[in-house]
Design a protein around this ligand. Sequence first.
Ligand SMILES: [Fe+2]
Ligand SMILES: [Fe+2]
Length: 479
Amino acid sequence: MFYLWRRSQVPVKQPIKISRIDNLIIFLVCILISIISSYKLLLISPLKIAEIFSWLLTFTEILISCGVLILVSKKENPIISSRQIFLIITLLLAVQVTKLALASTISPLSMIIPPALIISQGMGSITALAWVSIASLIWPDPDIFINNNLFFILLVCASIVSLLGGRIRSRAQLLQLSIFVPIGSFLSQWILIYKDKISLNKQDFALSNGDIFSDSFLLAIAMLFTILFIPIFESIFGLLTKARLLELADKEKPLIRRLSLEAPGTFEHTLLICGLAEEATRMIGGDIDLIKTGALYHDVGKLHAPNWFIENQDGSKNPHDELDDPIKSAEVLQAHVDEGLKFARKNRLPRLIANFIPEHQGTLKMGYFFQKAKEKNLDINEYYFRYKGPIPQSKETAILMLADGCEAALRAMNINASDKEALETISNIIYSRKKDGQLDDSNLSKGEIFLIKRAFLNVWKRIRHRRIQYPTSKNNTFS
Ligand SMILES: [Fe+2]
Ligand SMILES: [Fe+2]
C-alpha cells in the first residue's frame, strides 16, 4: 500500500481546479448517498430522540466517508477531473440504490467488485480500496442479514481486484481476473460457508436460493460486462487506463501509420524521442506508459504539411526558402501544434495525451526564423516567433520538451564524440530551456534534471554503440 501510494505521488503534479458548480453537484450526490443509506433509521416507530440521534450520527458518518473518498482520490490523482470524481460517487450511489431495490436477491460480491475494477483501472488502486471500504461500510442494512464470512470474502476479493486492477496492462489480463476472482470466491464461499452446514440457512446467502454457484457465476458475468463497458467509461469520463494507453501506443494505429508513411522523418524523430523520454522518465520514477504514448503523438500535427519540416526534406528544395517570409514560416511551425490538437480531437485522444502537443513546444522561440527576420528588420517583435504555449505543466511533458530539443543535436553528433562532449551538448540545451523559463511550471527539481541528463547520455551511448559497425568475416557467414 505504502509503495503504491509513493508511486502515485511521484512525480508531483499540479492539482486541477474543480468549479463551484461541479463541487456543489458532487456534494449533493454525497448527501443523497447519506440519506439513502440512513433513512431507514427514521422509519422506526415510535420515533424517539435516541433514534434521531443515531440517524444523525450515521448520516454524518457516511457524509464524512464520502468526503474522505474524494480526498483520497484527489491525493492519488492530483489531476483528477470533476467528471471522474462524479463517476466514483455515482458508482457509490448506484450501489446504494441497487442495494435498496435488490439486496435480498443479489450478492454484495456482484455489486461491489465490478465498480472496484472500473475505479482501480481508471483512478488507481488506493482510490479503489478506499471506495471498497466505504461501499462495504455502508452496505449492511438493518433489514438484511449477511453472513460475516461472506463479508470477509467480499473484502478479500474486492481488495485483490483493486490492487491488481490498477496494475493490469492488457485486456487479456482483465479477462483472466474476471475468471479467477469468481472461481476464488466460489471456492472460499464453499469452504467458509457452504460446508458449515449447521449455520446454513437460506438467509446466509445474499441470493434468495442460497446458491453459491449462481452467486459466483453472476459475479463472473458482472465482471465480464464491466470489462466490455470499460472503453465506454474511458471515453465518457476521460479515464486513461493502462490498457488504453498501450492500445494508443500501438504503431499500427491509423494516425501513427499515416505519420510513418507521409512524414517518415518525423516518425523516426518520434521513435528516438520515445527512447530518450522513456529512459528519463524511468530515472525519475514517472509514468512511463504515459510518456511513451504522449511522445508518439507529440508531432502528429506535422502531417498537415510534412515537407515544411527539415526532417522530412530530402535536401533538394526547402519551401521556406521559396516563401522567403520568416513570419509566415513561423506560422507554419505554430500550425503543427494547432493542427496536432485538431488531430487529437478528431481521433478522440485523451486530454493527458493531447497535452503533450502544445506543451512540448511551450513558448519556445523559433530562433532560426527570428534571426532571419532580424536580418530584414531589426525592430521585429519576438512575439511572432514564439510558440503560443502553454509551457510544460507536468514533469512528463517537460521531459518530452527536453528530449525534443536534444534529439537532433544528439543524432548529429560525431560518432567519435566523447561522453563528456555529449553531456555538454545535453546540458547546454537543457540549460537554455530552463533559462528561458520553459520548466517553471513543471516541478522538475535540480536532482531530477541531473538524472534526465544522465538518461539522455545513456540513450545516446546506446545509439552510438548500434552505429559502430562490427567486423564481418570475408565470406559473410555467421555461425
Ligand atoms: Fe514539435
Ligand atoms: Fe518533435
